[in-house]
Design a protein around this ligand. Sequence first.
Ligand SMILES: Cc1cc2nc3c(=O)[nH]c(=O)nc-3n(C[C@H](O)[C@H](O)[C@H](O)COP(=O)(O)O)c2cc1C
Length: 249
Amino acid sequence: MSRASMKDHAFKPDMKEGLYRAIHSRRDIRSQFLPDPIPEEVLARLLLAAHHAPSVGYSQPWDFLMIRDLKTRQAVHTAFLKATEDAAQKFPKEKSDQYRTFKLEGIREAPLNICVTYDHSRSGPVVIGRTAVPVMGPYSCVCAVQNLWLAARAEGLGLGWVSIVYNRDLSAALDLPDHIEPIAYLCIGYVSGFPPEPELETAGWLPRVPLTEIVHDGRFGISCAGNWPELHQALLKEQKGIYSFPNKK
Ligand SMILES: Cc1cc2nc3c(=O)[nH]c(=O)nc-3n(C[C@H](O)[C@H](O)[C@H](O)COP(=O)(O)O)c2cc1C
């Protein structure tokens, strides 16, 4: 195939920009939810995007539990409070104090919660690609979550993943059958704004790890700076936003 026809498969610049903008301006949302309802046709687009995620052996092991009623959400929130108190006690004192200042969920404020689940029985006991590493099943569900998250951003919707709830509490609150495992508990809704960077970064909890530190040349710990300087320079430039689409809008 010639170079020109290879490039024909690339998106046009504005379509590429849309994709990268969704990726770079997506945020985990907990504090900025507005109560406005989400139109059903928008929800349908998001769910279809999630359903088109890659899945191991095309098993499509996900389900989407749409949680509107406040009573169920209150039960999940109570479970969150228990788990977050346990979590606070695991950090050293200074970090624990800071942890307690964070708002780490929007369960009751968001107009809708969605639980993405994994069905252990979907498409039979032997699945192509899942035989050596069974956790590929749940990984597939996480791919669906990411599709949902990016599509939500493109639709102007914020989404927050709440993982500080024990699975047994979540399963009880949602009355899940035994073969259904909760993968992601998500809060979703329109927002007053998208923070320009991760809130944990703004709060000084952790910085973004430099891209050049996590890209290795062939073996762990071998930087590209030595034997692949072209890639190393490209990573440095990309990181500084020289080539990037604007990610602070
Ligand atoms: C698997 C997973 C679980 C998470 N759980 C929580 C959570 O319980 N509460 C929370 O506030 N954020 C949670 N987050 C959001 C992360 O804190 C967030 O993605 C990270 O700080 C980077 O920020 P950004 O998503 O805005 O870029 C979770 C994210 C992932 C991928």
